[in-house]
Ligand binder design. Structure first.
Ligand code: MN
Length: 345
């Protein structure tokens, strides 16, 4: 490079460099941020046989706050926006009628929360996979009438996974509405769980991820993305380890599917991961695995997330601010990719 070009480049970088977070270099949009409603907590307590007078744990108190208290914690951490979603397990453990009815209550309330602070909150709809047709209708209502920008589900529903074709009305609706579906972790299904995956100390850190990553692979294996090629799924925690094993997934898939004939997928596993999935940094705002994810799937597939209230907001923001990313890549992760994926103004 010529010295003159080098100096011009340095000058341009300095002119555009942020002096501090939140000075206009980029917004910070966090997209796996949990909230809940008193109605959901009451139903969960009823289901678990707990008393209504039991003390409310701090993380539930934090999720219930979708007003000034939460905004203050966001301000303190230089977080501009929470893309809100109902905390795990959503409505998926409830009986079908209750789940369908409560999903509507949640989405109505979420829409009102977003309208109260449209520059600070966006919302992912909740739905009840227990009734796939009702879920598809609720997705349409949530997007077209309520202005929500995607939807989130918490992996299995009563032990069932959405690779079963009886659930595919949900994917058909999401693809038609051009909204992403966030596949959020939860405790494993009865078939996956049991003593082998009951590892003290590693319930959330490992077992939740195995549940969600297995669900994602089931969707690929079942041909969901051949049937719905534009469908987009978001995975948290940098893809629950999937971006780190793409070459192995491809190689072993080639061997295992060699005799499948017509049943063979149209693309390689890694191609679905690069073309039908997004990966958020929730709980994984760490440079080395982030770099590996960017190399495996591309910068345009990575979104910032915190996992509030389970992870510290300032720590999460700092992890990306301190990562050795170009300004453009940092802005892509914090802001521009989320705007594109969720269609935010
Ligand atoms: Mn989460």
């Amino acid at each position: 490079m010529q010295r003159r070009e080098f100096i011009a480049g340095v000058a341009a970088t300095l002119a555009a460099a942020p002096a501090a977070i939140g000075n206009g270099a980029h917004r910070v949009i966090a997209c796996e941020e949990a909230f809940t409603l008193p109605e959901i907590q009451a139903e969960l307590r009823r289901m678990r046989g707990e008393s209504d007078t039991a003390p409310v744990p701090p993380h539930v108190r934090a999720m219930l706050d979708v007003g000034e208290g939460r905004l203050r914690t966001m301000d303190a951490a230089h977080v501009d926006m929470h893309v809100l979603s109902l905390g795990t397990p959503g409505v998926q453990d409830f009986e079908t009628g209750t789940a369908v009815a409560l999903a509507k209550v949640v989405n109505d309330r979420l829409s009102a929360i977003v309208r109260s602070h449209p520059d600070r909150f966006a919302g992912l709809a909740t739905f009840a996979p227990q009734d796939p047709q009702a879920a598809a209708r609720e997705l349409e209502r949530s997007v077209r009438k309520l202005g929500l920008c995607g939807a989130l589900f918490n992996s299995h529903t009563h032990g069932e996974y959405l690779d079963d074709a009886r659930f595919w009305a949900i994917f058909e609706a999401a693809e038609a509405l051009k909204i992403p579906l966030y596949l959020h972790p939860r405790d494993p299904s009865p078939a996956l769980g049991g003593p082998a995956l009951n590892i003290p100390g590693f319930r959330v850190g490992w077992t939740f991820g195995v549940e969600a990553a297995s669900h994602a692979l089931r969707l690929i294996s079942a041909g969901v993305f051949d049937r719905f090629p534009k469908l987009q799924i978001i995975l948290g925690h940098l893809g629950e380890t999937l971006p780190f094993i793409t070459s192995r997934l491809d190689e072993r898939y080639r061997v295992e599917s060699a005799s499948w004939g017509d049943r063979k997928l149209r693309r390689l596993p890694s191609e679905y991961l690069r073309e039908n999935f997004y990966f958020t940094t929730s709980g994984m705002n760490v440079w080395s695995p982030l770099r590996a994810t960017i190399e495996a799937v591309g910068i345009e597939r990575v979104l910032f997330a915190i996992d509030y209230p389970f992870e510290d907001q300032s720590h999460a923001v700092r992890g990306i601010e301190d990562a050795p990313l170009s300004m453009g890549d940092r802005r892509a992760i914090f802001e521009s990719n989320a705007k594109l994926v969720f269609g935010l103004a």
